[in-house]
Design a protein around this ligand. Structure first.
Ligand code: ADP
Length: 475
């Protein structure tokens, strides 16, 4: 059953239920009001007959004349003696010798009953007549129920027809309004199908309605997902091209050197060194890809211990000075003694990636400054360079895997990167319960800042590991 049918049925069911309850309440209250009016009339007539009834010395009701009582034309009165002999009846009952309500005659208390007499429905009030403790007769006052029955009939007709028409109209309104409301969903389905058929992620779903309503939000979320997917496919396609290029270059170099050695029939030391370099580069690349896959799925194995971040930083600086060489100045800024919990090798990798990028992207004569500080709970590591900076268009994407700015991609292989360095750094820092921030001004330089939680008690304790994973989850 379609959503539209279900909504219409639900809506009609609710409206129908309310109408039926309302109809029953109206029917009952009007029936009660009309019956109460009849009962009042019967009670007043009975009182007037009762006060005009006389009893003789023998305790018998004297045959009263009801003619002068001025009774309403549609009210019937019978006065029965103790011996069940009819003593008097109203002029409109001349031909009836049976009691108006035979069963009521036995009652010792006043009682109202609905009876059928001579093909008519009557409402009859039976009042026992007594003198002191002694029962001397019975008075019966009745009137036709036609008015009540007719009122009830026309009321039921109005209610049934009214309810059916309202139900029909509301069902139709629900059917049409749900079609109107759900129409944008059709366009979502159509566009989604077109996208999957044409394999075109650049399409977006148009929406003319208010963007804040539920459908508008759904379409907005769907369009955002499409943008992300498009972006992901785009970067992956670019990555494949990059990886193809990155693989082909070292493979060509290796093949060339092997060919050369075969030609000269001897192992040339220089060719062997080149081959070794290229194989190292390929191994690094495959290792990075595997590490990133593990880190992104949260399955990166971490050997958690207390790490002296300051010592580690000095170690990294010494190694990176070789890379910086004479090209630029690699300087140590302010440094604090800082202890964090983490995997030493992975944290070193983060530092190497950031300092390595700063050295690679900063032109000759530039300067890279590394610093380490702390707040009450966090360690803060900064890598600042006065290189080309990162454009505002690239900035939101640099931590995405395989992302490389257009400049970085087109320049000669000055760096050894392939767009994975910052993704790996991001995931390692995240897996340590920390975060990574970047500030950059085009033409002036960039500052990368890493925040890591300081050691609390000891790192081997389960609480420490738990607090790390809590932080990652909170993120
Ligand atoms: P890559 O292998 O290209 O260095 P990364 O993931 O390390 O990959 O960096 C992603 C991109 O971020 C780089 O291609 C570069 O455009 C930009 N980037 C990173 N660090 C710097 C920096 N210090 N200065 C300028 N651009 C940078």
């Amino acid at each position: 059953m379609s959503l539209r049918t279900r909504l219409t049925l639900l809506y009609s069911f609710i409206v129908g239920g309310i109408l039926i309850l309302f109809g029953v309440a109206v029917y009952r209250s009007i029936s009660l009001t009309v019956t109460r009016q009849l009962d009042d009339l019967l009670r007043r007539t009975a009182e007037s007959v009762y006060t005009n009834t006389r009893i003789d010395a023998a305790g018998q009701i004297t045959n009263p004349s009801l003619a002068f009582l001025n009774l309403p034309a549609d009210v019937f009165v019978q006065v029965w003696g103790r011996d069940n002999i009819l003593r008097a009846s109203s002029p409109n009952l001349i031909s009836l010798s049976r009691p108006l309500d035979p069963a009521g005659l036995q009652s010792t208390l006043p009682v109202f009953r609905d009876v059928t007499q001579g093909g008519y429905q009557l409402r009859v009030l039976t009042v026992p007549l007594d003198v002191g403790e002694r029962l001397v007769g019975t008075l019966q006052v009745g009137t036709r129920l036609d008015l009540v029955v007719a009122t009830q009939r026309s009321l039921s007709l109005v209610l049934i027809v009214g309810t059916s028409l309202t139900l029909l109209a509301s069902g139709l309104a629900a059917w049409l309004s749900t079609r109107q409301a759900l129409r944008p969903l059709d366009s979502v389905t159509k566009t989604a199908l077109q996208i999957s058929r044409a394999d075109d992620l650049s399409r977006r779903i148009p929406y003319q309605g208010p963007p804040g309503d539920e459908i508008g939000q759904l379409i907005h979320a769907f369009n955002q997902t499409l943008s992300r997917l498009e972006n992901l496919f785009h970067t992956q396609r670019r990555f494949l091209a990059d990886v193809g290029h990155e693989l082909r270059t070292p493979l060509t170099v290796i093949k060339g050197n092997v060919g050369l050695m075969r030609k000269i029939h001897e192992f040339d030391e220089e060719s062997l060194l080149t081959i070794e370099d290229e194989v190292d580069r390929l191994t690094r690349m495959v290792g990075d890809l595997l590490l990133l896959a593990q880190a992104e799925s949260g399955k990166i194995p971490l050997a958690i211990e207390v790490v002296e971040l300051d010592t580690l930083l000095l170690e990294v600086l010494n190694q990176m000075r070789v890379l910086a060489g004479e090209k630029l100045q690699l300087r140590l800024g302010d440094i604090d003694q800082v202890l964090v919990c983490g995997d030493r090798d992975r944290l070193k990798q983060v530092m190497v990636n950031l300092v390595g990028n700063a050295i690679n992207y900063t032109p000759a004569g530039g300067e890279v400054v590394v610093g380490l500080g702390k707040t009450a709970e966090m360690a803060q590591l900064t890598v600042t360079d006065n290189g080309p900076g990162i454009s505002p268009e690239d900035l939101p994407h640099i931590f995405e895997r395989f992302y490389r700015s257009e400049k970085a991609r087109t320049r000669q292989r000055a760096g050894k990167g392939y767009g994975l360095g910052l993704s790996i750094a991001y995931w390692i820092v995240r897996n340590h319960g920390g975060r990574i921030e970047v500030n950059s001004t085009l033409g002036k330089g960039s500052t990368f800042c890493i925040w890591l939680p300081l050691v609390r008690e000891s790192c081997s304790s389960e609480e420490q590991l738990k607090s790390l994973s809590d932080m990652i989850l909170r993120d």
